[in-house]
Design a protein around this ligand. Structure first.
Ligand code: GLU
Length: 348
């Protein structure tokens, strides 16, 4: 009996010490936050020419902010360590699955993801459309590497943790924290290459916090449909569009000029692409104002195009990729762009 009891005590202690497996910074009754590290400048280290993103470990980054343990009990895992220019659909899918798994486990109150700023808006938007817990998810980054004397990562990390443990954080879209400020996925976009406060906001057509009812089911997906972006400019060549069509893209997004406009040769080729079953979305290279069928120069209904509304080209691409996993019905996809995805969509 005594042996059994000793073994039980040993087993309990072993479980307490080992789990959760990746790392832990304190043990009390504070909100539990799981940190998923992906890299970026916040994990950058200096080099002769500047710095290299995605070098420092998440352990080092968290250790630089001891105050964090006043606000949350933190676990962490090094999911990847890359500059966010190297983010891709495979990582987005596995990251979304991991966030869902963490939040569904019931062990955590929130997820914090460290991330590069270059594509943070895309990852945030993707996760907002593919995670299904109302518990808060926040992405945090920095513009100066972790070993800079005046590194901005630690303060952003502190702000992100303070934000995510607040009851006000529940029921928000996936958030981004940069320059000590908080942004939501639908409206945030990177608008400055160097400022410590590089994120701006556009008024979004729809505001849709992630929860069990919204977005797309990605559990069984290993890849996403190929969707490309064509940038608009004066004297626009059709070479890039032709290449995407010939490459077999299922969808193409235009970052058109002005109000999502395309020159005549591009319009002609794009409407031929529609006849081949390719989904065409018109967005704009202009940050503000959005692209709408009403009041514009392009007859989207007649040509079979979709207007992006307030979404920029990179976010339109994400919505179109996910939409194509659920439907090929143009009216349904138009409604996603116009009103958001408020009922969870299962893949076809
Ligand atoms: N290219 C880096 C990245 O996105 C630098 C941008 C940053 O993190 O600030 O990861």
């Amino acid at each position: 009996m005594k042996h059994k009891f000793q073994f039980f005590v040993f087993l309990t202690l072993a479980v307490l010490i080992i789990a959760p497996c990746q790392g832990k910074t304190s043990g009390n009754s504070l909100p539990k936050v799981h940190v998923i590290a992906t890299g970026g400048t916040i994990a950058g280290t200096s080099t002769d020419i500047g710095y290299e993103a995605g070098k420092a470990s998440i352990e080092t980054i968290l250790q630089a902010v001891p105050e964090l343990t006043q606000y949350a009990e933190l676990d962490y895992e090094q999911f990847c360590n890359i500059g966010s220019q190297d983010m891709n659909e495979a990582i987005w899918l596995s990251l979304a699955k991991r966030v869902n798994q963490v939040l569904e486990s019931g062990l955590y109150d929130a997820v914090l993801i460290s991330h590069g700023t270059d594509t943070m808006e895309e990852t945030a938007f993707f996760l907002n459309l593919t995670t299904h817990s109302p518990k808060p998810v926040i992405l945090v980054g920095a513009m100066r590497p972790s070993d800079a004397e005046d590194a901005d990562g630690p303060l952003n990390m502190l702000k992100a943790v303070q934000t995510i443990v607040s009851p006000d954080a529940v029921g928000k879209e996936v958030m981004c924290c940069l320059g000590g400020r908080i942004y939501e996925a639908g409206s945030a976009f990177k608008n400055d290459t160097h400022s410590l406060n590089p994120i701006s906001e556009v008024p979004a057509d729809w505001h849709l916090p992630h929860n069990a009812n919204t977005g797309f089911t990605i559990d069984s997906l290993e890849e996403l449909p190929e969707v490309g972006i064509v940038y608009g400019y004066g004297s626009n060549s059709t070479v890039a569009l032709e290449a995407l069509v010939n490459a077999g893209c299922q969808g193409i997004v235009f970052a058109g000029v002005g109000d999502g406009n395309l020159n005549q040769a591009t319009l002609d080729l794009a409407s031929q692409a529609v006849q081949k079953g390719i989904m065409i979305v018109r967005s704009s290279r202009i940050a503000y104002g959005g692209v709408y069928t009403e009041g514009g120069e392009v007859d989207d209904e007649k040509l079979g195009f979709i207007a992006s509304g307030s979404l920029n080209a990179q976010k339109s691409r994400i919505l179109l990729m996910l939409a194509l996993t659920a439907t090929h019905d143009i009216d349904t996809i138009r409604s996603y762009f116009r009103h958001g995805v408020s009922t969870q969509q299962v893949n076809e």
